[in-house]
Design a protein around this ligand. Structure first.
Ligand SMILES: Cc1cc2nc3c(=O)[nH]c(=O)nc-3n(C[C@H](O)[C@H](O)[C@H](O)COP(=O)(O)OP(=O)(O)OC[C@H]3O[C@@H](n4cnc5c(N)ncnc54)[C@H](O)[C@@H]3O)c2cc1C
Length: 402
């Protein structure tokens, strides 16, 4: 697959309906979904993704895909290759509190399902989507960055950093949490910096992961052990920044010992580990999801704490909603980027994302409580929730995107 770089393609391609900026998992899924829905679509990405190869070490960045995301990827015709390439199904989730031992357990069988979700590599999802773009008729421009844009009466004009220009009816910003397009559109954000880093690595454990996503809440932040297809677990260990830097600097043996203690040896000793990486964690919600002829989606619109493993799932729900709203506008014979159309997308997704993001934030705050009466109340509350099947079903259904 060669990136589309030719000047002629940039200047003389067919008139575009949609220009998607950012070809991460969310932007690539958006471009594919919109092209499949019959919209003339271009995808602009600053950096060519590295090819995913089965023989390579498992990418350190993995996500838990909820059933709603799997359904969308399946609809787009890419799920079977992702699943066959390397996807770790998890059928149970066990979340427990280091301070009180109170636990909540989810079991797919109780929901009548084979699994709760799949742990997959970001690079595999992105690469599989990219491979499907050409056949769907998406014009790929890579490397490409938007330097400026102007919304006009019937189109939006994009000036690219290399001096080229492009026009489309709608501009979709899927350019990540730092979204340059969001800034160009003058859209602010609110939220908070958790002053934490998420330390990630893959580890081999003494005991099997039992196709279970484990998460232990510790005073410094949650530690998740997510089951990989190859039998290892992928960890996301949220720690205060200084503590995270200390953990990153440990030698392998000391790291494995500390991780074993932090995981309460739930899977026994940690017997092997890959190199580690870390990502800053923050809550960030865009003040608006739409501007004239522009919408935000994915992390450009919302970045959330990874404790619920929902970031990309929210982004893929944005994709499905945007496609449906644009299809309805086209069927009604109107301008797909009319303000009322974009407002419909923005209203639906922003309220859903905000509720989720604030819910995850509330969880992070509750688990940060250290005062003994509050800790006791938390333990009681969690034990109570675990004994309330209807509430658990509701939570599981929500996480699944139903
Ligand atoms: C430690 C950690 C663990 C996580 N675990 C989970 C999990 O279990 N489940 C889950 O759902 N989510 C998880 N997430 C969140 C998830 O990784 C993100 O929500 C997701 O990657 C966002 O995808 P995106 O496509 O919106 O943005 P990105 O992946 O950031 O992609 C943005 C793309 O835009 C491109 N770009 C940027 N600027 C420009 C420009 N000017 N022009 C052109 N292109 C540009 C970038 O190169 C990039 O390719 C986790 C996050 C972290 C940090």
């Amino acid at each position: 697959m060669n990136p589309v770089r030719s000047e002629s393609t940039r200047r003389r391609g067919p008139a575009l309906d949609v220009a998607v900026v950012g070809g991460g998992m969310v932007g690539a899924a958006a471009a594919l979904a919109l092209a499949r829905a019959g919209f003339a679509t271009a995808l602009l990405e600053a950096r060519e993704p590295a090819p995913w190869r089965a023989g390579d070490e498992v990418d350190l960045r993995v996500v838990g895909l909820a059933p709603s995301s799997v359904a969308l990827l399946d609809e787009l015709g890419v799920w079977t290759s992702i699943r066959e390439a390397r996807a770790g199904a998890y059928a149970q989730m066990h979340v427990w509190d280091a301070a009180t031992g109170a636990a909540i357990h989810f079991d797919a069988a109780r929901e009548g399902r084979a699994e709760l979700g799949f742990i997959v590599e970001n690079s595999l999802v992105q690469w599989t989507l990219w491979r499907a773009l050409d056949a769907a008729g998406v014009r790929r421009l890579c490397p490409a960055e938007v330097a400026a844009y102007e919304a006009r009466e019937d189109r939006v004009q994009l000036d690219l950093a290399d001096g080229e220009s492009l026009s489309a009816r709608l501009l979709v910003a899927a350019d990540g949490a730092g979204s340059p397009l969001r800034r160009l559109a003058g859209i602010g954000t609110r939220g908070r910096d958790y002053a934490q880093l998420g330390v990630v690595a893959h580890v081999a454990t003494e005991r099997p992961h039992e196709r279970t996503a484990w998460q232990r809440f510790l005073p410094g932040g949650p530690l998740a052990l997510l089951p990989l297809a190859d039998g290892r677990s992928s960890i996301v260990w949220s720690l205060p920044e200084d503590e995270a830097r200390r953990v990153l600097a440990l030698d392998d043996a000391a790291f494995r010992d500390e991780l074993g203690v932090a995981s309460d040896f739930r899977l026994g000793r940690i017997v092997a580990s890959t190199p580690r990486a870390a990502f800053p964690l923050r809550l960030q919600l865009a003040g608006r999801y739409q501007a004239e002829r522009l919408v935000l989606l994915g992390d450009a619109a919302h970045a959330v704490h990874p404790l619920a493993g929902q970031g990309v799932n929210l982004g893929l729900r944005d994709v499905a909603e945007l496609r449906d709203v644009l299809l309805a506008a086209r069927e009604a014979g109107g301008d797909i980027a009319a303000a009322h159309v974009l407002r419909r997308y923005a209203r639906r997704r922003r309220s859903a994302d905000t509720l989720d993001a604030l819910g995850f934030d509330a969880l992070a705050r509750i688990y940060a409580w250290q005062a003994p009466p509050l800790v006791a109340a938390r333990g009681l509350g969690v034990r109570l929730l675990d004994r309330l099947p209807p509430f658990k079903r509701l939570l599981a259904g929500h996480a699944a995107g139903r």
